[in-house]
Design a protein around this ligand. Sequence first.
Ligand code: PLP
Length: 451
Amino acid sequence: MTPQTDPQAGAAVKAADRAHVFHSWSAQELIDPLPVAGAEGSYFWDYDGNRYLDFTSGLVFTNIGYQHPKVVAAIQEQAATLTTFAPAFAVEARSEAARLIAQRTPGDLDKIFFTNGGADAVEHAVRMARIHTGRPKVLSAYRSYHGGTQQAVNITGDPRRWPSDSGAAGVVHFWAPFLYRSRFYAETEQQECERALEHLETTIAFEGPGTIAAIILETIPGTAGIMVPPRGYLAGVRDLCDKYGIVFVLDEVMAGFGRTGEWFAADLFEVTPDLMTFAKGVNSGYVPLGGVAISGKIAETFGKRAYPGGLTYSGHPLACAAAVATLQVMAEEGVVANAAVVGAQVIEPGLRDLAERHPSVGDVRGVGMFWALELVKNRETREPLVPYNAAGEANAPMAAFGAAAKANGLWPFINMNRTHVVPPCNITEAEAKEGLAALDAALSVADEYTA
Ligand code: PLP
């Protein structure tokens, strides 16, 4: 589809949005949402004839791009056959989606509890762990994001997200490894890993192992900066969970379904959690869907005892039909391998080259289609290219970087002083190169703010 220019229609969409839509995580009077006219594959466009290469995959969910015809057709077919049905019944789209997901999840994570998205998957995983162990506390990492609902947002390790209307009852945060900004004064990945594991075990000891239901980690923390953990860390956490009878929950809402060049990021590290949350890429975000993949031992807890939780739309047929089609497309079109190959052969060398040439790039990290560039004022001091000025006003350097990317036809993902490179997992080499060229131009603007 080619973009049609219709500024009047765009203005009407925007006017209605501004009058009535209350946006997530925003000061309602300070935002300026772009009216979107359409999208296809790796691109979307506005009503003014501007087309953008989407290096954000929406919110890191369009793992097979926009409007994949097979998934659109599967949703249409499901709508024509059985649009909706209550969760207590066995429905083909739901059973088939669960079967296909269980086939891909590691180890014996073979039972699937469907939710509407990622946050409620986290809520339910934590509830399952608490009931399974009979213990109250949850340990989660600073620099993490686990969702916006009450429990999930408190589990999230980012004080800027904590709501002022609640405390984080039963949640204890700890530091996970992140060498670039080490809390452990480590100089090597191995030191960082050892010290982070030692810190976690000390935290467990002081909290009391008998009080801890679960340790929850994003396999690769995404929103907080795509911090690939050192080899051995997740295996070490698995060992600690086994040692103290703690349920290990991996949150793969962002990292799952091909994003890292594996079906799940857990596969990269050869670890199997007891519970694994997912959402986003499971059906490329075409219809809201998330879930918890449950291991045999936790499923057993709820064999003869009712699980006290559920959702009206758990396993909604439209969302599940979209998941079945997405998983088939991913297998048929080699989407996971594409993320690995284009990631390793185009994105990674491209980003490393940009880092060499642009003084504003302090760190490059990631894997597959899951990358972050951390922008700094000064590479030696690692001082971030400040997200806000002293008055808390909008971030001039990052705003200038973003505007330059957009002027070059690229829609960038910007969070604090970072840009995340998270395009669809089926992006072509040519598209990846086009995006890198636009980033190159935008970084030249960011360079002007370095000292
Ligand atoms: N967990 C992780 C790792 C996420 O990245 C997100 C969203 O970005 C969530 C949970 C929450 O998912 P949702 O926004 O679908 O509730």
